[in-house]
Design a protein around this ligand. Structure first.
Ligand SMILES: [Zn+2]
Length: 286
């Protein structure tokens, strides 16, 4: 939101405002999406693990590099908040801001989920999205955003002066602490901005405030990704349910989410290799 202007527009204001924008990060030089590879790798892949995430809770899961994983809607319309780390290095985490800068506000098939500095490499590639038909609605909304952060008890306290313990931030913290056998405090420092799976969001046309609306996801829908590196994932079934009205409370109908991990046939990965850490030399001008 912008405060009511206190300064008169200069004479050349229209000229300054009418300059056409340019894309900040033209991404033609990024590694291209090899549709044949990602489609064929699914053929014959075996389901090797399923993890059910209860409503208003989170679970971790491991996806070895070269495996596929799906986040599946079951029982009812439900959104999920996803964190990703390198399986053996919590310092390498999903970087929602850079993913947004490279691919846009909402992601789908062919987009990558990038990791934090100094790694900055694709952690996962989105290979299938059963909600890709949704596109952009008349409000400018779409699904699977990297603009929201995650619902959290601190913002809720600020806005409502209430303590609520089952926001996605707390769910992710509890699940990571249990999986890594570390304190809540340590786990919390590793929780980061999420991929909002199935969530339908955008910006209000007038104030540009972040909005949410009922997710179009239905049981059976899924978002599928290919792990480009060994991954530790953590998924929270948001207390907002389909996020049609509220979050950070027990007021919304909530449903579980299912994570499925698939192992491809060996021959499908014959010419594939895991992504390498970013090659910048880290001298920073010294
Ligand atoms: Zn949430």
């Amino acid at each position: 939101m912008k405060y009511t202007p206190q300064h008169a527009a200069p004479q050349d204001a229209p000229a300054r405002q009418n300059i056409a924008p340019v894309v900040c990060y033209p991404n033609e030089t990024l590694p291209s999406f090899d549709a044949n590879f990602y489609d064929q790798v699914r053929d014959g892949a075996q389901l090797v693990e399923s993890v059910l995430v209860p409503p208003r809770d989170a679970k971790t899961f491991v996806v070895p590099a070269g495996h596929l994983f799906r986040i599946v809607s079951v029982d009812g319309s439900q959104v999920g908040d996803l964190n990703l780390w390198h399986q053996n290095n919590l310092n390498e985490r999903f970087y929602s801001g850079k993913t947004r800068a490279l691919h846009g506000t909402h992601v789908s098939r062919s987009d990558r989920l990038w990791s934090s500095f100094p790694y900055l490499r694709p952690m996962a590639t989105i290979t299938k999205d059963t909600l890709d038909w949704y596109g952009w609605d008349e409000f400018g909304g779409s699904v699977h955003d990297v603009i929201g952060t995650r619902c959290d008890p601190y913002t809720h306290k600020l806005l409502s002066n209430d303590d609520y313990h089952y926001c996605c931030h707390s769910n992710l913290t509890r699940a990571l602490a249990a999986a890594k056998r570390i304190s809540l405090q340590e786990a919390e420092s590793h929780v980061h901005d999420v991929l909002n799976v199935f969530m339908c969001t955008g910006f209000m046309p007038d104030t540009h405030q972040y909005f949410m609306k009922a997710s179009p996801v239905r049981p059976g829908d899924f978002l599928e990704m290919f792990a480009e590196i060994d991954l530790l994932g953590c998924l929270s079934a948001c207390p907002g349910g389909d996020c049609s009205s509220e979050h950070s409370s027990d007021g919304a109908a909530c449903y579980p989410l299912l994570v499925e991990i698939y192992q491809p046939l060996d021959q499908r990965l014959e010419f594939w290799s895991s992504t390498k850490k970013n090659q910048y030399n880290q001298e920073h001008g010294v």
